[in-house]
Design a protein around this ligand. Structure first.
Ligand SMILES: Cc1cc2nc3c(=O)[nH]c(=O)nc-3n(C[C@H](O)[C@H](O)[C@H](O)COP(=O)(O)OP(=O)(O)OC[C@H]3O[C@@H](n4cnc5c(N)ncnc54)[C@H](O)[C@@H]3O)c2cc1C
Length: 206
């Protein structure tokens, strides 16, 4: 374990590609899964087929912003119910499931198996635990961190937003520093410029 800590601290992350985790991910939206499978390196996915698996009772993820708005929720549920009715009608008409599924919203749930090495999991967590990440995938990565933490607290602690190891935030959308986890790089570079100027003055005065 001390060897692993040493290589991680030194940034020699290829060593931790030998450590991998497999997660069973259930009941997430297709909106989430589309984001998840954009990760290409060091990660493998298997996803529930919408071609060969016919939904009897599709399940949906409702975003909290819609949940909290009674009018929006009503519209959401109406659309969801209509699409479900049409889906079943299409199947009755002999339309294959792979085509009938075109009627589903992004909210419909899916299941996946994800096997990922620790190096890539740190990278993914870095992006997806960022406060600017989409809420559902961020929530899922919080659960992933919890699971990894239970398996090994040292590995769990490596799963943090990317600004933590970087020391600063590089997200354009956080230039106003509304997220306080780390200062924005603009602030860091401003202070660095001031420091350099001060250090030069000190050197000249010496
Ligand atoms: C907050 C947020 C907003 C996003 N918004 C959008 C959006 O609006 N539109 C959109 O299309 N996508 C969006 N994405 C997805 C994003 O652009 C990436 O596709 C996704 O996060 C996968 O990450 P990655 O590119 O690091 O790939 P990974 O597969 O996780 O790759 C890991 C690392 O390997 C290296 N790597 C991987 N593949 C290559 C390659 N082919 N060549 C060279 N190096 C490689 C890179 O260093 C990369 O960072 C968003 C992601 C986030 C987190």
């Amino acid at each position: 374990m001390r060897l692993i800590e040493h290589v991680v601290d030194s940034g020699h992350h290829s060593t931790i590609e030998h450590i991998s985790f497999t997660f069973a991910i259930a009941g997430v939206s297709r909106a989430l899964s589309h984001q998840l499978v954009r990760h290409r390196i060091g990660v493998a996915f298997d996803q529930q087929s919408q071609r060969y698996v016919k939904y009897k009772e599709p399940q949906y993820v409702t975003p909290p912003s819609i949940e909290a708005n009674p009018d929006a929720l009503q519209e959401f549920e109406r659309f969801r119910d209509v699409s479900e009715e049409i889906y079943h009608r299409f199947l009755e008409q002999g339309i294959p499931a792979e085509d009938a599924r075109f009627i589903f919203p992004n909210a419909v749930t899916t299941n996946l198996i994800m096997t990922v090495n620790l190096r890539q999991l740190m990278h993914m967590a870095g992006l997806r635990l960022c406060t600017l990440a989409q809420w559902e995938i961020r929530q899922m990565f919080k659960l992933i961190r919890k699971e990894v933490m239970a398996a090994d607290p040292y590995f769990g602690r490596l799963l943090v937003p990317k600004c933590v190891p970087l020391g600063y935030c590089d997200e354009k959308r956080n230039e106003d520093e509304h997220c306080k986890i780390r200062p924005h790089k603009n602030s860091v570079f401003r202070v660095w410029e001031l420091y350099k100027r001060g250090a030069l003055v000190e050197r000249e005065q010496a």
